[in-house]
Write a new protein. Sequence first.
Length: 247
Amino acid sequence: MITSVNLALFPSNELLTFGQGTISLVESKKTQLPAIYPFLDNVILKCNNYEGSLERELKNPMVKLQSARDHVRSDDFTAYRDYCQSAETRRKPGWSEAAGRLLAVIRRHGWSAQFMGYKAKTAAINKIITETRTKYQGDVIMINADEWLRDLEMSETEFLDTAKQVVEVASANHEPLLADTRPELIAALKALFQTVSLQQIAAPSAELDALTTQLNEFIVTSLASVKAAGTRAENLKNAAETKPAAN
């Protein structure tokens, strides 16, 4: 079986690299596995479409601003989450319980949202904000977290405003959007992985075993690389924030 992988965690460039790497691995075995031809062809098509939209969006004048605002909302999300964690350790009556409920909402919808792609991050943060405001406003007020949450709400709104402008620029040029080609590539990759897994069950072979092993190793390595890059970025940010000012 192919290892399950959350492709929403892959930033734009890393998803393209992952798609291209998958194609390379499967192509090396395709002559012995004719049943996967149409699924591989679909991944190739979707990967090419994705690469084209990615290149175009990098030239879009609003994309740099969108990326900057995404970094801001990631920072605000991490700040709010970390504040709630700190509040959970306070001995002040009611604080630990209130913070625990807020942290449960974050865990439910996306504890590591700062590492997710744009679409998945937007969905996770929106769910966290909505559930927190509708069900746990009293807890937010109790631990004085309202300012932290408002910062996150503001940065999320600013990101969405910029994302809308990115779409408008691309639409004016009648070009496929990254928001469209990304889910298509992810769906094509998932279909390919599922087909390989089903083939391995229905008609096992040495070729399928070898391909499955290679794909699983590639998936684990790629996911670890993405997570490590995110951790390094966060550590560098934290180090810069805590570095004492020069005299």
